[in-house]
Design a protein around this ligand. Structure first.
Ligand code: PMV
Length: 322
């Protein structure tokens, strides 16, 4: 018997980096891209293995994997087994993971892979973990590799709905007064979250006053965006995205590729655009009204023309999208 589970990617709408320092942020799932895990039981004399299909690699279920990806998958397995009161040697599982969420692009690929794996393993073993607990377990896995994640990635991919997130408090559902479309543009440049988070930390140490001011301003933008989203004022939301991008640029986490895509999206009629996630590569997002099919197509085309390596669409606030 095989047990399968999935988890979506995510995009941060407002508040990345500032959220690491306790400010609020808004994130939405990207159901168009997802991670999927399948688990089956091997014979007891076999050892567990994890097949990372996209990477074309097979890792042992435990023991030092030769790369970050393998160590991450092994950590996710060890954490979910410990939750079940089991050690790695107590089970013999064949786990296969694959994901169409591009890796290291700020779309929550790591969190989604860990969530899918943990969901599939715990369900296969007969005691699926609750959403709240799963989010905590994914967070623990991310902590091992990312240092000090804010918790927004695990929260969004596990809940699978738009969230208002303030570190240290329970995530709240995001009220959206008017549905919207998001167009995500991938620069194709991989970027590790821990590198961009470290660079912001260095800026904060070097210039505490200015950097803390930028982080607070980003937090205030997220709070304003929450109100504008609830009121269905998408022009205002777009303007706040532009402001948020300017602040992220000042923080030093944008890049020429991101700025080019942001500029192309605005030029094609997006209501606003900004980088999304850690930055320094990775992805940007642009906003249009829902059902503005021509506008969405124009923005998507402009992104491709400006060099986007991939374009993904997501709806927020439609029935069934949160
Ligand atoms: O994983 P990414 O690249 O989407 O970045 C997450 C957002 C940050 O605020 C930069 C880091 C964090 O832990 O919140």
């Amino acid at each position: 018997m095989t047990t399968a589970a999935t988890a979506p990617g995510k995009a941060i709408l407002f508040g990345e980096h500032a959220v690491v320092y306790g400010h609020p942020a808004i994130a939405v799932p990207l159901p168009g891209v997802a991670a999927r895990a399948e688990v089956s039981t091997l014979t007891p004399c076999e050892d567990s293995r994890i097949v990372a299909q996209d990477l074309g690699r097979v890792y042992a279920g435990q023991g030092g994997a030769p790369d970050d990806e393998g160590r991450f998958l092994q950590a996710a397995l060890a954490i979910v087994l410990r939750e079940q009161g089991l050690a790695e040697q107590d089970v013999a599982l064949a786990i296969s993971v694959r994901s169409d969420i591009p890796i290291a692009r700020g779309l929550g690929s790591g969190a989604a892979v860990a969530a899918a794996l943990m969901r599939a393993v715990s369900t296969h073993l007969g005691s699926p973990v609750s959403e709240e607990r799963l989010s905590t377990l994914v967070f623990q896995t991310e902590q091992l590799l990312h240092g000090r994640p804010s918790g927004i990635d695990n929260t969004t991919v596990v809940l699978g709905r738009p969230v208002w997130f303030v570190p240290g408090t329970a995530p709240e559902p995001l009220a959206v007064g008017c549905p919207l479309s998001l167009i995500v543009g991938d620069t194709g440049v991989p970027s590790r979250t821990r590198d961009s988070v470290s660079s912001v930390r260095r800026r904060l140490e070097a210039d505490p006053q200015d950097t803390a001011g930028i982080l607070s301003a980003i937090g205030a933008i997220a709070a304003g965006a929450r109100q504008a989203l609830a009121a269905g004022r998408l022009d205002k939301v777009g303007q706040l995205m532009d402001d948020n991008h300017d602040h992220l640029k000042r923080l030093g986490v944008s890049s020429p590729e991101l700025d080019r895509l942001v500029c192309a999206a605005r030029g094609a009629g997006a209501l606003g655009a900004k980088l999304s996630g850690g930055g320094m590569g990775g992805c940007m997002i642009a906003l249009t009204r829902a059902h503005a099919t021509a506008q969405v197509a124009q923005v998507a085309q402009a992104l491709v023309k400006a060099g986007a390596a991939g374009v993904y669409l997501a709806s927020v606030g439609e029935k069934g999208t949160g």
